[in-house]
Design a protein around this ligand. Structure first.
Ligand SMILES: [Fe+2]
Ligand SMILES: [Fe+2]
Length: 488
C-alpha cells in the first residue's frame, strides 16, 4: 500500500513534471508546426526539433505521465494537469492555443511508439497538420492522413460542440484580466525594443490594453490587483511597468478619478520608466551593488523618460498629458529625491500616485542589487515610515487601505500553525487584518493537497472567537512557495 507521504511525494513530482515538461512539449510541438512552413523537407534544424520533441515525450512517459496535450478555456493541460501561465510562457501557450483552435482541435496525444518513428514520418504529420488550416474540415484531412498511413503514434482530439460554444462565450473577468495584463507586458516590451534600436514606436496597443484594464478595475479591482504579485526578475522593467500601471489605476479609482483620467494615469504607469532604454545595459543589469557613478546614471531615467515619451508616435495631446508624472515619480513629496528641480510647484496628482505605486512594486520585487524581495506587508510598513516625506500622506493612506495590512500574495502563518497565501482582503474596512487565505500547509507543516480558502473573519459558533488569525507574514522562499502560481 502506498503511504500518504509517498502519495504526497508522487503528487508533488507530478506537478513538477507538468510545469517543466508541459511547457517544453508545447514549445516542441509549436516549433515543429511552425518549422514545416519554413523547411520543405527534413533538414538539420527540423531534425533538431524532432529530437527535442522525442526527448521531452520520453521524459514525460518515463515519469509515468501521459503525453496528452489538451487545451480548454484558455489553458493547456498535460495529462489532465494544468500548465501554469508565467510571464515567460504565456505568449507561447496563447499562440499554440490559436494554432489548435484554428483547426477545430483541442489537442494531441502521443503514444510511446513515437520514439521509434522515423523523422520523416513525424515531419510529414506536422506538415499535414500545418496545411490542414486551409481546409474546410481540417480534422478530416489529418484523420485521413493518419488512417491511410496506419499511424497510431499520434491521435487528435476534436473540440466538442459544447466546448466550442463555451469558448465563444465572453470569457470570465479573471481570464480577461490575465490576458490584458500579460499582453500589456508584451506591449511595453515591444515599445522598449523599438526605442532601443531607434525605431518608431506607437502606443495604440498599449492604449487599448490600458483601456481594457481600466474597464476591469472599474468592475472589480481585486481581480487585477492579484496579478501584480507576478514578478519577473529577468524582465523586471516590463513587468514592473505593468504592475505600476495596474496599482496606479486601482489607487486612482479609490481616489475618485473617472474613467478617462484612469486611462491616462495607466499609460503614465506603463511608460514611467521608459527612459531606462537609454541607460547602459551593463548598469541596468549589473549584479550586485551599484557604485556612486552608476547611481548618477540611473537617476537620469525620469528625465530620459520624458525624452522617449516625446518620441513616441502618439498625438501631442496625449504625450503632453503623460510626460509629467513619469518625470516626477522619484522627486519625492518633500523633494529630497531626483531629479532636483529649482522651481517649487506642487507635484502633480498623477506624479504622487505613481510614486506610491512605483515604490511598492519595486520593494516587493527582487532586484539585481537586492536579490530578495521585501514582503508585501513589510513594504507597506516601511513606506508608512516615509509618509509625508517620500509620499503624499493621504494617497499613501488610501493605498494601504486598498492593499489591506496583508496584501494579496502575502504568505502568512496563522495562530493555528497553518500557513497559507492571502487571496484578497476583507471588504469591511474594520477587518483589514482578516483577509481571505488559501491554506497551503496544515498545522504540522504538511502540504495540503485539497486546498481550502478560509475567511479569517469566520468565528467559532460556540465561543464567538475568531477561528483563525494571522500570526505573522513569512518569507515565501522559506517554504518554496511561488505566490504567482496560485494567483495566475
Ligand atoms: Fe523609476
Ligand atoms: Fe519604476
Amino acid at each position: 500500500m502506498i503511504s500518504e507521504t509517498e502519495k504526497e511525494l508522487s503528487d508533488f513530482l507530478g506537478q513538477q513534471v507538468v510545469k517543466l515538461k508541459g511547457e517544453r512539449l508545447v514549445a516542441a510541438v509549436f516549433r515543429l508546426i511552425k518549422g514545416v512552413v519554413i523547411y520543405q523537407s527534413v533538414n538539420r534544424l527540423s531534425l533538431e526539433g524532432i529530437a527535442d520533441f522525442k526527448a521531452v515525450i520520453r521524459e514525460i512517459l518515463n515519469s509515468g505521465a501521459e503525453a496528452t496535450l489538451l487545451w480548454s478555456r484558455g489553458h493547456f493541460y498535460l495529462g489532465g494537469e494544468k500548465i501554469p501561465f508565467t510571464s515567460k510562457n504565456f505568449d507561447l501557450l496563447n499562440r499554440t492555443i490559436d494554432v489548435f483552435s484554428r483547426r477545430g482541435l483541442s489537442g494531441l496525444s502521443f503514444a510511446e511508439g513515437v520514439l521509434q518513428v522515423p523523422e520523416k514520418e513525424i515531419f510529414r504529420f506536422f506538415k499535414v497538420f500545418q496545411e490542414s488550416e486551409k481546409e474546410q474540415c481540417p480534422e478530416k484531412m489529418i484523420r485521413e492522413m493518419l488512417d491511410s498511413n496506419s499511424i497510431s503514434w499520434v491521435d487528435i482530439h476534436l473540440k466538442s460542440e459544447n466546448e466550442e460554444n463555451s469558448e465563444r462565450e465572453p470569457s470570465a473577468p479573471q481570464d480577461r484580466a490575465k490576458k490584458n495584463y500579460l499582453y500589456s507586458i508584451t506591449a511595453v516590451k515591444e515599445v522598449c525594443q523599438k526605442l532601443t534600436v531607434n525605431e518608431k514606436a506607437g502606443v495604440r496597443k498599449a492604449k487599448r490594453l490600458v483601456q481594457n484594464i481600466v474597464d476591469i478595475v472599474i468592475e472589480d479591482e481585486g481581480i487585477v490587483l492579484g496579478l501584480t504579485t507576478l514578478k519577473n526578475y529577468d524582465n523586471y522593467t516590463y513587468n514592473h511597468s505593468v504592475n505600476v500601471a495596474v496599482l496606479a489605476i486601482c489607487l486612482g479609482k479609490r481616489l475618485g478619478l473617472e474613467r478617462n483620467s484612469l486611462r491616462v494615469l495607466g499609460i503614465c504607469g506603463l511608460f514611467h520608466d521608459l527612459g531606462k532604454v537609454m541607460l547602459p545595459k551593463e548598469i541596468l543589469h549589473k549584479k550586485g551593488q551599484l557604485d556612486d557613478q552608476e547611481w548618477v546614471e540611473i537617476r537620469k531615467h525620469p528625465l530620459y523618460s520624458v525624452g522617449t515619451i516625446l518620441k513616441l508616435q502618439a498625438s501631442h495631446e496625449l504625450k503632453a498629458k503623460i510626460v509629467l508624472a513619469p518625470f516626477e515619480h522619484h522627486i519625492r513629496y518633500d523633494r529630497t529625491g531626483y531629479p532636483k528641480v529649482e522651481a517649487k510647484p506642487d507635484l502633480s496628482f498623477f506624479g504622487r500616485i505613481l510614486a506610491v505605486a512605483d515604490c511598492y512594486d519595486a520593494m516587493t520585487s527582487a532586484r539585481s542589487y537586492r536579490p530578495y524581495p521585501i514582503s508585501p506587508d513589510q513594504s507597506l510598513s516601511l513606506m508608512l515610515e516615509k509618509s509625508g516625506k517620500d509620499f503624499d500622506p493621504v494617497i499613501l493612506k488610501v493605498f494601504i487601505q486598498m492593499m489591506g495590512i496583508f496584501p494579496v500574495g502575502t504568505v502568512v502563518e496563522l495562530n493555528t500553525g497553518e500557513k497559507g497565501l492571502v487571496l484578497g482582503k476583507n471588504p469591511d474596512p474594520g477587518m483589514l487584518s482578516r483577509p481571505r487565505v488559501l491554506l497551503l500547509f496544515d498545522e504540522k507543516g504538511k502540504k495540503l493537497l485539497d486546498r481550502q480558502v478560509v475567511d479569517l473573519c469566520e468565528k467559532e459558533k460556540k465561543t464567538g472567537q475568531f477561528k483563525r488569525t494571522v500570526k505573522r507574514a513569512i518569507n515565501p522562499k522559506e517554504h518554496k512557495i511561488n505566490p504567482t502560481e496560485y494567483l495566475l
